[in-house]
Design a protein around this ligand. Structure first.
Ligand code: GLU
Length: 367
């Protein structure tokens, strides 16, 4: 690989890599991961781990099956499994002289800009202490509404937030396979045709399938992070990838076209509602690169407050045309929609901004 020396790497480890058939954590795998990461750290490379396996490990310890479990049962199971998982990681890293630091996150931590920036400070500080940040979704409090989605997505958000040079997604397949079942060594950019390769094993839509991995890789590469999907059960895989050996599927980093703040709007945050705009406003946003003014708004969906990220929808059109940070709440926009900016004050009794969404806080989503 290495055109440039990699300094900071985010590694995502999937449940299927970590557990055996009876959902027991395979300690040899964690030992091998810890040894490989420690070897890299001995060379001055910083590593962040995003690990799955809490629910799997919890089920294994309690000898339970996943099917038919309630949300509170799954949350309790994850809590037991997470402890066990961290215990094993910590033990093997300690043997190599490194500390670990656990960070459990939900989508809220990404959607709230201040919390998002806090995660970055904490990660940087852990790395400064030469500790290994080990991140998972906070499954014990996560419900559908506040979930990050899946750990593939979580790892791409972390890789971007931490300004990683590389994201390695370790799974139980060798990489992205073509229609003949051969590993595709290099992907220039994640397009629809690449996604169509996703067939057979590991391609299911559910958590952990290749579809979520390709979405994650798309986000990461657009954020300028080179990404690799490879088998986590292959001997010395992490070290091999970092040292430039061709293994798994490597996805080229794209030129960063969006600034960090805009990437956070586009990929990191979850939208709370939507603003529907007329065709004139759509042209102003997409073609003329203008801000969204109240005059172009025809409707509001959902409830949100000022400072929330919202979808911007075209009137009578399918799909999202943009995402942006709203200057006004859904109620306020309901009151000022279709009005001129000069009328905002008389409608609301105050005016904080002329724009509903300022250009600087707006990202056009390509269809
Ligand atoms: N957070 C889940 C766990 O640790 C895994 C979710 C995922 O792999 O996408 O069990």
């Amino acid at each position: 690989m290495s055109e440039k020396k990699k300094k900071r790497i985010t590694i995502k480890v999937g449940t299927r890599v970590l557990t055996d058939k009876s959902n027991r954590i395979d300690q040899r795998i964690i030992k091998s991961l810890a040894d490989q990461v420690s070897d890299l750290m001995d060379d001055g490379i910083e590593v962040i781990i995003v690990t799955s396996g809490a629910i799997g490990a919890g089920l294994g310890l309690l000898t339970l099956q996943k099917k038919g479990r309630s949300l509170s049962e799954m949350q309790a199971i994850a809590s037991i499994g997470q402890n066990h998982l961290m215990d094993i990681y910590n033990r093997y890293f300690n043997k190599r002289g490194y500390n670990t630091g656990q960070i459990l996150l939900t989508q809220e931590d990404f959607s709230n800009r201040r919390r998002f920036l806090n995660i970055r400070y904490t990660l940087n500080t852990l790395l400064k202490y030469r500790a290994v940040p080990i991140i998972n979704e906070n499954d014990s409090v996560s419900t559908e509404e506040i979930k990050c989605g899946d750990n593939d997505r979580l790892s791409s958000l972390v890789a971007d937030l931490a300004d990683s040079d590389m994201l390695i997604i370790l799974t139980d397949v060798e990489g992205l396979l073509d229609s003949e079942g051969r590993v595709i060594p290099v992907v220039e950019s994640v397009t629809g045709s690449i996604k169509s390769f996703c067939r057979g094993k590991g391609c299911e839509e559910s958590t952990g399938g290749m579809t979520t991995k390709l979405e994650a890789v798309k986000n990461a590469t657009q954020a300028g992070v080179q990404s690799v999907i490879a088998s986590g059960r292959k001997n010395n895989i992490i070290v091999d990838i970092v040292r430039g050996k061709k293994t798994g599927t490597s996805f080229r980093a794209q030129k960063k076209t969006l600034k960090a703040r805009k990437r956070w709007i586009a990929f990191g945050s979850k939208t709370k509602g939507s603003i529907v705009v007329d065709t004139g406003a759509e042209t102003a946003l997409v073609v003329k690169k203008k801000s969204l003014l109240p005059s172009g708004v025809v409707g509001v969906k959902g409830k949100f407050t000022d400072g929330d990220v919202v979808d911007i929808l075209g009137e009578g059109k399918k799909g999202i045309i943009a995402k942006g940070l709203s200057n006004y709440s859904s109620e306020e926009i309901e009151a000022i929609k279709g009005k001129k900016s000069s009328e905002i004050e008389s409608e609301l009794g105050y005016k904080d901004y002329d724009e509903v969404v300022h250009r600087d806080n707006l990202v056009i989503i390509e269809g």
